[in-house]
Design a protein around this ligand. Structure first.
Ligand SMILES: Nc1ncnc2c1ncn2[C@@H]1O[C@H](COP(=O)(O)OP(=O)(O)O)[C@@H](O)[C@H]1O
Ligand SMILES: C[C@@](O)(CCOP(=O)(O)O)CC(=O)O
Ligand SMILES: [Mg+2]
Length: 398
């Protein structure tokens, strides 16, 4: 392993349309968000592996010799292919780290994802490096903005680079650097395995945005960037109602099994909404008109109703939709729903005073709101001077 400190970052994401349906092979449109997760990897000589996760108040350290016994046998994976999580191996990790595999909590999932990726990536060399890994995120955790994927992408990029499976890119002072395309593909594959630990059955859209950023269409594992899209003004609202993507995704699956004739047409309809949105965005790229916004608003309303039908709505999200609609603005949940975040589309000419009034009422409900720019870049390696001082300060305190 290269004995040098490194910092990597990956963005969160906003799903415009297609959450949940994408898990069942339908189209999703998702964009990189300008809130990022940062990971600092420091080689150490302590003979230990330490993990600092201040967002979730988790600080752990293990002796390398105790981890050595856990090394998996990644049979079935090609040389650098990612290993599918083996339930027996996951159980072993839970026992080792005294984590729950029954009702997985925030901490258990994060630690499991770390141990899983760390041990699997280094299982090839069978030599475990002594490192300290510290992760800090600007993203709210468990709120629908892809914090799990940003976490998994950072782990995957840093650990694969430390192992030598991909090369550390060179970042000039004050700049960031990105990995080569085929390296990004490998990083994305391993990040998907981390997401499998956290989500159970992820579609792969979130880690794709964490890896490549920008504006992506994601359909049955096929990732294509949308190159010409209009600049959209989006208001993000965090209802702060906690929820778990894993539980919500499993709930939708149960409903599909129970009511296939009802659920499948709804998923088809969500797919058609994503396609209509994509066509509208492409049209808007050449000339954006009020009629386009009227279409986007109707699509948002229809999708929000569908998401309620498939069981991932929440009264806090209904309140968001009602409050914003009273100001002529249209909202839907984003991500797994059940609380968490929603998006509100703002027109280019939506008056600041209208937005301010809506925001004030949402804040009065206890929600956080912020206007965001979308299409942020994917995973990056940072020179130290390119990391914001407040983030560097947090990461340097471990
Ligand atoms: N910065 C972080 N530090 C530690 N764990 C994190 C971090 N970000 C995400 N996670 C893990 O991801 C989980 C949240 O994932 P999920 O339920 O998919 O919500 P979302 O991806 O919408 O934020 C957390 O419970 C935690 O295990
Ligand atoms: C519900 C889903 O479509 C998105 C989940 O996003 P998040 O974890 O809530 O940020 C699941 C997935 O695509 O894996
Ligand atoms: Mg997630």
């Amino acid at each position: 392993m290269q004995a040098k400190e490194h910092i990597v970052s990956a963005p969160g994401k906003v799903i415009l349309h297609g959450e949940h349906a994408v898990v069942h092979g339908k189209l999703a449109l998702a964009v990189g968000l300008d809130l990022r997760t940062y990971l600092r990897l420091q080689p150490s000589s302590s003979g230990r592996v330490s993990v600092n996760l201040p967002n979730i108040d988790t600080f752990l350290s293990w002796d390398l010799s105790s981890l050595q016994d856990l090394l998996p046998d990644c049979k079935g994976a090609d040389l650098w292919g990612a290993c599918e999580p083996d339930p027996e191996f996951v159980k072993k990790l839970c026992l080792f780290a005294d984590l729950s595999d029954r009702s997985p909590d925030t901490r258990s999932l994060a630690v499991l994802a770390f141990l899983y990726v760390y041990l699997s990536v280094f299982s090839r060399s069978r030599a475990l490096p002594s490192v300290t890994v510290s992760v800090w995120s600007e993203l709210p955790t468990g709120a629908g903005l892809g914090s799990s994927a940003a976490f998994s992408v950072c782990l995957s990029a840093a650990l694969l680079s430390a192992q030598g499976a991909v090369a550390w890119p060179q970042a000039a002072e004050g700049h960031t650097a990105r990995w080569k395309e085929e390296e990004l593909e490998l990083i994305n594959k391993w990040a998907l395995q981390g997401e499998k630990i956290i989500h159970g059955n992820p579609s792969g859209v979130d880690n794709a945005v964490g890896t490549w950023g920008g504006v992506l269409r994601y359909h049955a594992g096929k990732i294509s960037p949308l190159s010409s899209v209009p600049v959209l003004r989006i208001l993000l609202t965090n209802t702060k109602v906690p929820r778990s993507t894993k539980v919500l995704v499993a709930g939708v699956k149960d409903k599909i099994n129970k009511f296939p004739a009802i659920m499948n047409p709804v998923l088809e309809s969500i797919d058609a909404i994503s396609s209509s949105c994509e066509r509208t965005l492409i049209d808007m790229a050449s000339e954006s008109r009020p009629k386009h916004y009227a279409v986007l608003e109707e699509l948002i309303d229809m999708n929000q109703h569908h998401l309620n039908v498939i069981g991932v709505g929440h009264p806090s999200l209904d309140t968001l939709c009602q409050v914003t609609l009273a100001h002529g603005l249209h909202s839907k949940l984003t991500g797994a729903g059940g609380g968490g975040c929603g998006i509100t589309l703002l027109r280019p000419d939506t008056d600041c005073s209208v937005v301010q009034k809506a925001v004030q009422e949402l804040q009065d409900c206890g929600y956080d709101c912020w206007e965001t720019s979308i299409g942020a870049p994917g995973v990056r390696l940072h020179s130290l001077s390119s990391v914001k001082s407040e983030v560097l300060k947090i990461l340097s305190s471990y």
